[in-house]
Write a protein that binds this ligand. Structure first.
Ligand code: ATP
Length: 304
């Protein structure tokens, strides 16, 4: 189990993280979410031992993870960290980068392992290409493969699919998280993308004002967002008194109700339209099968 106990950290004067505690069981996947600047990357760096903590302790099983004051080499053996900027070797091939830290002692096993990793990140056709010739998304996939090459016990991922296009992202996400679960690799992901969280994380924590404001399963927090920050992570939402937070898909058209709104705009979303309305001076969104006329009055009802 990873145990984070009452850690605090500041770069300069302002606290980035203040008295943060949480646990992650071996093999579990945790997501860290929060607004830009809320400290997600900093938390990953602290878990990796990049900086010395101002307060608190971090343990993996029985070993304490400590910062540079006590460690010459940053990052414990059992952990790998894929940062937002990936540190690859540009003049050697994709395969050579992935195998860079694998032993040359058993060349056949090494090649088989590289081949397996190329499949996980779907880079086989580019195996022999030099990294300097790759796109940002392709480099990100090499960095992911290299991080799991030696099968770490814990993998820390900072926005792991941020450079990867939507075609590839979905299948890569499935393939990577399935692989990590099969190998029982504990994974901690800092992300802005609800699709990294909903289907693949066992738990999620939400950072705000240097604190953890929620720590629960994605399903629970999706159904009980409790505040605007969490609701906005999952989708378009409204705050309708006295009901509170209501996602756009939880409102529908009806013949007559107390919620009379004025249509302002319809946005095409593929299999539905997002309708922007004015309800007593507040903007309210709901989903509808068809576009509606601007200026039309409609009645809304809650679905639940
Ligand atoms: N090396 C640094 N020196 C000083 N301040 C820093 C440093 N790195 C980050 N910060 C500050 O710490 C705070 C948290 O930054 P961090 O990168 O951890 O946020 P984040 O949640 O990962 O953001 P994003 O979602 O934009 O990646 C920010 O206010 C940032 O400006």
């Amino acid at each position: 189990m990873l145990q984070v106990k009452n850690i605090s950290f500041r770069y300069k004067k302002q606290a980035v993280l203040n008295d943060i505690s949480f646990n992650v069981k071996a093999g579990e996947h945790l997501s860290i979410i929060g607004e830009s600047g809320s400290g997600k990357s900093t938390l990953l760096k602290l878990l990796y031992g990049t900086y010395d903590l101002d307060k608190g302790q971090i343990f993996w099983k029985d070993s304490e993870i400590s910062g540079p004051k006590r460690n010459l080499i940053i990052g414990p053996e059992f952990m790998k960290y894929v940062a937002q900027e990936f540190d690859l070797m540009p003049f050697i091939s994709v395969s050579e980068n992935i195998g860079a830290f694998l032993s040359n002692f058993y060349p056949e096993e090494k090649q088989a392992r590289i081949s397996e990793l190329l499949d996980v990140v779907e880079l086989k056709p580019l195996a022999k290409t030099k990294v300097k010739e790759l796109s940002g998304g392709q480099k990100q996939r090499v960095a992911l493969a290299r991080a799991i090459a030696k099968q770490p016990e814990i993998l820390l991922l900072d926005e792991p699919f941020s450079h990867i296009d939507n075609f590839k992202k979905r299948s890569l996400r499935r393939s990577l998280f399935k692989y990590l679960k099969e190998k029982n690799i504990t994974c901690i992901v800092a992300t802005h993308d609800k699709d990294d969280v909903l289907s693949y994380s066992d738990t999620m924590i939400v950072l705000h004002d240097a604190k953890i404001i929620a720590n629960d399963t994605p399903e629970y927090l999706y159904n009980n967002p409790g505040n605007k920050l969490i609701a906005s992570f999952f989708g378009e939402y409204n705050n309708i008194k006295p009901r509170g937070i209501i996602y756009a898909h939880q409102l529908k058209l009806t013949n007559k109700s107390d919620l009379k709104a004025l249509v302002k705009q319809s946005y095409y979303k593929g299999h539905y339209y997002l309708i922007e309305t004015d309800l007593n001076g507040e903007t309210v969104f709901f989903e509808n099968d068809t576009a509606l006329k601007n200026g039309e009055h409609v009645f809304l009802n809650f679905i639940k």
